[in-house]
Ligand binder design. Structure first.
Ligand SMILES: Cc1cc2nc3c(=O)[nH]c(=O)nc-3n(C[C@H](O)[C@H](O)[C@H](O)COP(=O)(O)OP(=O)(O)OC[C@H]3O[C@@H](n4cnc5c(N)ncnc54)[C@H](O)[C@@H]3O)c2cc1C
Ligand code: FES
Length: 266
């Protein structure tokens, strides 16, 4: 949690080939881990554009473009940075990524975008953080939770899932305690959230109403991931637009006019 929002980790130019080193089931999701031998360690809340080295594009066409994925865990070691991704198969790209096996090649580009701000920069008087996650959106909160713990910052984690079958990835949080947050925490804590648009919008409105500082990790359809296509433009509260891939995907709750982004959320 040492970097400020303007000092986010920059991706090396171009895509690079990583190796899938582990795959496991978790609830209704899958976690696949890849060894990135060349890239830097990402910040919590940053993302990668991913494509399988085999079975991607070609004559069948889909999936063609790389798909955006939040990093759920990152650990630097002597052979490179091990990156964990949590995937829910909902279409051709996510199905192919959910079918990766150890030894497979994975094209990746990243880390991209701006991650979560350190609590001291967002709200110096906050004594801790409340993490609010839903469904597959728990991925960036898992790495954030570990980074906060490493920095000795207390965090309470509140997660919601569609049903019992879709409640995977909890082990990524590496904490013995996942507790419900209560309203009296709000005066001294700030909120980090990621999940379905309706959940994010509820968090955004609630935090704005109560004057609680909050950051949201949002999604939008992303074709390039680095600011070139404008496919990920979302409206700003003060008018105009931001490109979520390079000005986000983590945004302040008061920065955007809504968290209900067309074409995102599943
Ligand atoms: C910054 C960012 C981080 C993400 N992190 C993760 C992650 O950690 N794990 C994960 O499983 N997915 C994540 N996603 C969503 C993932 O990128 C999409 O689900 C994926 O691109 C869909 O590709 P597909 O080929 O499987 O399905 P498609 O055929 O492209 O889409 C299938 C259906 O999903 C909808 N859809 C398309 N894009 C999105 C989107 N961004 N969010 C939700 N629904 C979408 C489409 O409208 C369509 O109805 C992230 C997206 C972004 C922008
Ligand atoms: S995804 Fe292309 S500009 Fe954001």
């Amino acid at each position: 949690m040492s970097k400020t929002r303007n000092q986010h980790v920059l991706a090396p130019l171009g895509r690079r080939l990583a190796e899938v080193v582990e795959v496991r089931e978790t609830g209704g999701y899958r976690v696949f881990s890849a060894l990135d031998r060349e890239g830097p360690e990402p910040e919590a809340g940053q993302f990668y554009m991913l494509a399988a080295a085999r079975g991607w594009g070609g004559e069948d066409g889909r999936p063609y473009l790389a798909r955006a994925f939040s990093v759920a865990a990152a650990e630097a070691g002597p052979r490179g940075v091990r990156l964990d991704f949590l995937v829910e198969a909902i279409g051709p790209g996510t199905e192919r990524l959910a079918g990766l096996t150890p030894g497979d090649g994975l094209w990746l580009m990243g880390p991209l975008g701006r991650g979560f701000s350190p609590p001291g920069e967002l709200a110096p008087s906050a004594h801790g953080a409340i993490l609010v996650g839903g469904g597959i959106g728990i991925a960036p909160l898992a790495i954030l939770r570990r980074r906060l713990a490493g920095a000795g910052i207390p965090a309470q984690t509140l997660l919601g899932f569609r049903d019992r079958q879709h409640s995977g990835g909890l082990e990524l949080f590496d904490c013995s305690e996942i507790r419900l947050a209560s309203e009296d925490d709000a005066d001294s804590a700030l909120v980090y959230a990621c999940g379905p648009p309706a959940m994010l919008e509820a968090v955004r409105e609630m935090c704005l109403d109560r004057g609680v500082v909050a950051e949201l990790a949002m999604e939008a359809p992303m074709a390039c991931g680095f600011g070139a296509c404008f496919g990920c433009a979302i409206p700003l509260a003060e008018g105009g637009y931001m490109r979520l891939c390079c000005d986000g995907p983590v945004v302040r709750a008061d920065e955007v006019s809504t968290a209900l982004v067309a074409g995102s959320g599943h």
